[in-house]
Design a protein around this ligand. Structure first.
Ligand SMILES: C[S@@+](CC[C@H](N)C(=O)[O-])C[C@H]1O[C@@H](n2cnc3c(N)ncnc32)[C@H](O)[C@@H]1O
Length: 305
């Protein structure tokens, strides 16, 4: 199986800052993997890349147990599009009647019980679809201030997203695990393919995203030791600076780049332009790589830096 570009990229039910939905075609079209082993994703986040690639076998992980618990609940059918609809209709009605205070009571309930239904409710009604936790590990994003958030069309959209990921998982051998990236990489075998999308250097630091000084360097060294294929998402440059880590570690590797806007707030002025980079293991670039306009040679990168 080659990882082919699918025509319709779909979004998963959970949202997270830095979500790669718009970059999935760019990632998929540049990777060439035979699909014989497992798809490993040590920094799963929303899971948008996994769900669109839809490999037969996968081992995916994140240190954020709420994300993993949610997807395990969909996998073992504790959460279905049907019971989720009933839940969102009821909770949405309470939110409409009681407003903001109801959002905060669900947030308190979630922080006490860690219920995955509540997690989805908060993720889809909090400010700007953020996922952020305080130093005690409590979800702390404020309300989006729209008491009528869960209108019928919005509930249908979310339930369709759950139905879609349920179909993507059906008949597949996928393992969702709560663990640090080091543990996931230690499980990699020669036929596997690893896709890595770590936090970008403290950009969204919170309880689950403490990207310590030196951690990107440690990760880069570990990636280079892998005996299997990999693709590593990172950034090349933004308006203010260039990512020196990229050239320091990966000057001899195939790298493709692409401009992307990250939305960090509701207004245009808060959009951050970023040049994204995908480092690919030699031998795992797509056939089109040789002619690709997105390709950067190490020399071009050096000039840019
Ligand atoms: C940039 S996000 C991944 C986004 C994902 N590719 C997507 O499109 O939704 C990084 C993820 O890494 C997780 N994470 C942070 N530190 C980690 C660590 N030490 N080990 C494993 N996962 C970690 C965070 O919880 C977060 O979900």
């Amino acid at each position: 199986m080659n990882v082919r570009v699918k025509r319709h990229i779909k979004a998963p039910p959970l949202k997270i800052q830095g979500i790669k939905t718009k970059l999935v075609p760019f990632i998929m079209k540049n990777i060439n993997w035979d699909g014989n082993g497992r798809w490993l994703e040590p920094f799963l986040g929303s899971g948008v890349v996994l769900f669109n690639v839809a490999p037969q076998q996968a081992l995916v992980a994140d240190t954020n147990e709420h994300i993993i618990t949610f997807y395990q609940a969909v996998q073992n059918q504790t959460i279905t599009p049907f019971n989720l609809r009933a839940f969102l209709e009821q909770e949405g009605e309470y939110l409409k009647k009681q407003g903001e205070s109801y959002y905060y009571s669900v947030r308190e309930r979630f922080n006490a019980t860690h219920n995955p239904f509540d997690f989805l409710f908060l993720n889809r009604s909090c400010f700007n679809g953020m996922m952020r936790f305080n130093s005690k590990g409590e979800f702390n994003v404020p309300f989006c201030r729209k008491p009528e958030r869960f209108r019928p069309a919005y509930i249908t959209k979310i339930c369709n997203q759950v139905a879609w990921i349920t179909r993507q998982m059906a008949g597949k051998d996928w393992q969702f695990m709560v663990q640090d990236w080091r543990e996931t990489l230690a499980l990699a075998e020669v036929d596997d393919f690893v896709y890595l999308d770590p936090p970008y250097n403290d950009r969204h630091a919170d309880y689950y995203n403490r990207w310590q000084e030196g951690e990107a360097d440690e990760l880069a060294e570990a990636i280079k030791q892998l005996q299997c294929g990999f693709a590593y998402s990172t950034w090349k440059e933004n308006k203010y600076r260039v990512n020196e880590h990229l050239l320091a570690h990966f000057a001899d590797y195939p790298i493709v780049t692409r401009n992307h806007f990250y939305h960090v707030g509701p207004t245009e002025s808060l959009r951050n332009a970023m040049e994204e980079a995908l480092v690919i293991a030699p031998g795992y670039t797509a056939e089109s790589y040789a002619d690709s306009l997105e390709k950067q040679t190490a020399q071009q990168l050096t000039l840019a830096l």
